[in-house]
Ligand binder design. Structure first.
Ligand code: DUC
Ligand code: ZN
Ligand code: ZN
Length: 484
């Protein structure tokens, strides 16, 4: 009589704190035992010579988001989550968006419909584009209660951005409801000023996108949102920190005790502004916001990861095909940078690129890799310990890696619905060969086995990590108006 549904034998397990040799016994989709010489399983996987890591938790993914323009998000939940699983990721958080003038509840309901084809587990951040009083006071309490515990706000992008006054109202609401706010922090007015100056001078190629939003644009805004978080005593996650100066603003706030967490993305660790200057229109493939920066910024980001200032590395997967009437070149190969949709695809590439560039090249150790790709994100977004670790009682969401496998990245390897990858031709070492979600093999040797709909929505309840500190810079609580 077998003891387990599945036993993964003889692997080397890594968590965010330890690396050890053990078998994993799985019952009912959860880890039931870790140990040597576990009893038999109905099924067994031999992981000799392999690393067994928690499946990746990618908390910044744009999938099947409607845009309302000529270009479209290339992925559906079926294709985006297939790609995620191919790259060893087992949980994603996507974005449900409020239409301007519309209802956040409707945006969430519509996104739940789209996500029915997900092949791995998922949750949503709620993009607030129009935080009117009734949205904040009537819709959000119910939405948070039903497990949508993160807000996303943009301080730039026409059509999505909100004012500082509105941002403060969103942050105050997050504090009252026990929600976390994620922020796209770039100074809109400065970008606008730079952009007008560039266009007036005829400087409108893809490379000028980086000129229109240099680091000062980001640094100033990161400083500002840290001040807002401190003033209201409310935790925030700063999305896609792209270089040293912005990370330093976060570090300073953290040193003052502010609950601000920094995220960067794979692309900022491997690409630079020079990639936007590839011949012809090719640079459009690397056009994202914030813009890729310099090799010095890459080194600074790795250092900030080692120091724990940046704790989460996501893909910011934002796929737009290159060719075709709905692609990056929809407006023509001479389109000004202002007409090119922002974003790069990267769901499948994230873990392998970070493993190769981080662990194999000796920039970070294996537990740090696990932490920045899975464990910290699961903790920060209220998914831990169900997700993001390997422990008795956790979901058996696992990636079994060949740490020595040499791979040349190509678009077809990614198995998303895009027609290119900015990582094309990159040579890496290490590949997640088998991915399991809740003990079920969803990808094996590049073959996607999970059907659309296998993924489950992950509602997120209240949790300690994002509780306010109860410390205000002034003599009273400006959110509730209660004397401290
Ligand atoms: N930047 C974002 O803020 N979102 C999606 C794509 C991008 O480049
Ligand atoms: Zn953003
Ligand atoms: Zn994004």
């Amino acid at each position: 009589m077998p003891d387990f549904d599945l036993v993964i034998r003889h692997g080397t397990i890594a968590t965010a704190s330890d690396v050890f040799a053990a078998d994993i016994g799985i019952i009912g989709g959860q880890v039931a035992a870790l140990g040597r010489d576990l009893g038999p399983g109905v099924k067994e996987i031999d992981a000799t010579g392999r690393l067994v890591l928690p499946g990746g938790v990618d908390t910044h993914t744009h999938i099947e988001e409607p845009r309302g323009g000529p270009t479209v998000n290339a992925d559906t939940f079926a294709s985006g989550t297939a790609s995620a699983a191919v790259g060893g990721t087992t949980t994603i958080i996507g974005f449900a968006r409020q239409a301007r003038g519309g209802s956040m509840a409707q945006g969430v309901a519509e996104h739940h419909e789209r996500a029915r084809t997900a092949r791995i587990d998922y949750s949503f951040h709620m993009i607030l584009t129009d935080p009117r009083p009734e949205v904040l006071t009537q819709e959000l309490p119910k939405l948070v209660e039903s497990g949508h515990r993160t807000f996303k706000i943009f301080l730039t992008y026409e059509g999505a951005r909100i004012s500082d006054a509105e941002a403060l109202q969103v942050l105050a609401t997050a504090r009252r409801l026990g929600a976390l706010t994620c922020i796209h922090a770039e100074n809109h007015e400065l970008i606008d000023f730079y952009t007008k100056a560039l266009l007036a001078a005829g400087l409108d190629r893809p490379k000028h996108h980086a000129w229109a939003k240099p680091m000062i644009v980001e640094r100033e805004c990161v400083n500002r949102v840290c001040a807002m978080a401190e003033a209201l005593d409310v935790p925030i996650q700063v999305f896609h920190v792209s270089g040293g100066e912005a990370a330093e603003e976060i570090e300073r706030a953290q040193q003052r005790g502010v609950k601000v967490w920094g995220e960067t993305c794979t692309q900022y660790l491997v690409f630079t502004a020079d990639d936007l200057d590839r011949p012809g229109f090719e640079g459009a493939k690397w056009l994202c916001s914030p813009a890729p920066r310099s090799t010095a910024d890459q080194a600074a980001l790795w250092e900030m990861i080692r120091r724990g200032v940046i704790q989460n590395v996501t893909s910011d997967h934002a796929p737009t095909r290159y060719a075709g009437p709905d692609g990056k070149s929809a407006v023509g190969l001479d389109a000004p940078f202002t007409k090119i949709p922002n974003g790069v695809p990267g769901l499948a590439a994230r873990l392998p690129v970070l493993f190769s560039e981080g662990v194999v090249k000796g920039r970070i150790d294996l537990p740090t890799f696990v932490s920045i790709t899975a464990t910290h994100a699961a903790k920060l977004f209220g998914l831990h310990p169900k997700k993001g670790t390997i422990a008795v009682g956790s979901d058996a969401d696992l990636a079994i890696w060949d740490p020595a496998k040499k791979v040349t990245l190509t678009a077809s390897l990614m198995q998303d619905a895009n027609d290119h990858t900015p990582y094309e031709g990159m040579e890496i070492t290490g590949w997640p060969e088998t991915t399991l979600v809740r003990g079920v093999t969803v990808v094996d040797q590049g073959k996607v086995l999970a059907p659309p709909g296998f993924g489950q929505f992950l509602p997120r309840g209240p949790y300690e990590m994002i509780q306010p500190r109860g410390v205000f810079p002034g003599p009273f609580n400006p959110v509730d108006g209660v004397a401290v």
